[in-house]
Design a protein around this ligand. Structure first.
Ligand code: SAH
Ligand code: SF4
Length: 383
């Protein structure tokens, strides 16, 4: 486990002072195994099958990282577990705190790759924004993550481990009751396209939803996609979590330039998949994210067209003021423009809150995430 140095201002990067475990340490991490995999792994190590349930609860309900604390397991068995396995989170490289309470962690995985995780606290809840990939293969032109060349899928332990790091940071173990949680929601809205890493994301989210562990209900989890249409039905079948879609434009010409995956799966196909999403009842509307880009997608006509195309779907719209990053080829729409746009959409019968940017001072807002190590090597400016 890494140790953080105290930060009197509660801001600015906090540096780690302890290294990862040594290269020759080949013990297997138990975090990220599905329940079945955990059982098989422990049985293979000579434990009785029912032990898997106990170990699961220690890891995900109590949050322990030390087998020595598993008091309902005999000391000899605990020693055996510690010889073969570890319970490990990603390593914290830095933890930053915004003036508005947002926290951002830069995390390092065993191969040295890094990704960012953010917690956005609100009055009655906290949404942990989790990454699914290191970087992103989809180069949306307004998104900082999309400029990062280095990409790999995150493993299940690296995905659920991000939420566990956040719980460590808030001391939120054992799992509190649903109504008293500071970290109450997961939004798959960090770095990467979750539907290009679906199996690992699904394993991680099932772990997070398990009632004998982290115990987040599927209503408290939102998966955001740029529009990987063929995978949308699978999200409904396997996870049935809330769906968010990065729409950002109302016609294919503009969406092709903003969200290039649109060339593969255009708006009409995307909206058809959304209309068929199983959770798309009134109580669980699909969220359409719309970044407000000056002179690009923010006219009155765009707002009216947005209402028209979303009418057949149980939808709500999140209007996100564009968050700038170094070298970004866009500007944020003016406040007046954003509010006029919101008014038209609201008058059209769709809820369209304007998101207050959070954590901009620590580059933790939507679309600003990027591995710090990559950032430090210089920006890849898009032409
Ligand atoms: N890759 C997934 C998950 C990322 S979610 C997806 O694209 O849906 C992050 C949200 O922030 C997406 O809606 C994304 O389009 C949006 N976003 C990206 N860059 C942004 C920026 N600079 N300002 C505001 N929103 C941005
Ligand atoms: Fe990737 Fe989403 Fe950013 Fe597009 S908006 S580059 S899909 S992270």
């Amino acid at each position: 486990m890494s140790v953080l140095t105290p930060d009197p201002l509660q801001r600015g990067p906090l540096q780690i002072v302890e290294p990862l475990r040594g290269r020759n340490d080949l013990r297997r991490n138990l975090v990220g195994l599905s329940r079945e995999e955990l059982k098989a792994t422990l049985v293979e190590a000579g434990l009785e099958p029912f032990r898997a349930r106990q170990v699961w609860q220690w890891i995900y309900w109590h949050g322990v990282t030390d087998f020595g604390r598993m008091t309902n397991i005999a000391r000899k068995t605990r020693d055996r577990l510690a010889e073969l396995f570890v319970i490990e989170r990603p390593q914290i490289v830095t933890e930053q705190r915004s003036v508005d309470g947002t926290r951002k962690w830069l995390l390092r995985f065993p191969d040295g790759n890094e990704a960012e995780t953010v917690n956005i606290p609100e009055e009655d809840r906290g949404s942990v924004c989790v990454s699914s990939q290191v970087g992103c293969t989809l180069s949306c032109s307004f998104c900082h993550t999309g400029t990062q060349a280095l990409v790999r899928n995150l493993e299940p332990d690296e995905i659920v481990g991000q939420f566990m790091v956040a719980r460590d940071s808030y001391g939120e173990w054992p799992t509190p009751t649903e109504t008293t949680r500071m970290l109450s929601n997961i939004v798959m809205m960090g770095m990467g396209e979750p539907l290009y890493n679906f199996d690992n994301v699904a394993t991680a989210l099932k772990i997070a939803m398990d009632e004998q562990g982290i115990a987040l209900s599927r209503r408290r989890i939102t998966l955001s996609t740029s529009g990987v249409v063929p995978m949308i039905p699978k999200v409904g079948e396997v996870l049935d979590v809330n769906l968010a879609v990065s729409l950002h434009a109302v016609n294919d010409d503009i969406r092709d330039t903003l969200v290039p995956i649109n060339k593969k799966w255009p708006i009409e196909e995307l909206l058809a998949a959304c209309a068929a999403y199983p959770g798309a009842r009134n109580s669980r509307r699909i969220t359409f994210e719309y970044a407000m880009l000056k002179g690009v997608n923010d006219s009155d006509a765009d707002a009216r067209e947005l209402v028209r195309i979303l009418k057949p779907i149980h939808a709500k719209v999140n209007l996100i003021p564009f968050n700038p990053w170094p070298g970004a080829p866009y500007e944020c729409s003016s406040n007046n423009r954003i509010h006029r746009f919101a008014e038209i959409v609201n008058d059209g019968g769709l809820s369209a809150p304007v998101r207050t940017p959070r954590g901009r001072d620590i580059a933790a807002a939507c679309g600003q995430l990027k591995s710090e190590s990559v950032r430090a090597k210089g920006e890849r400016v898009r032409l």
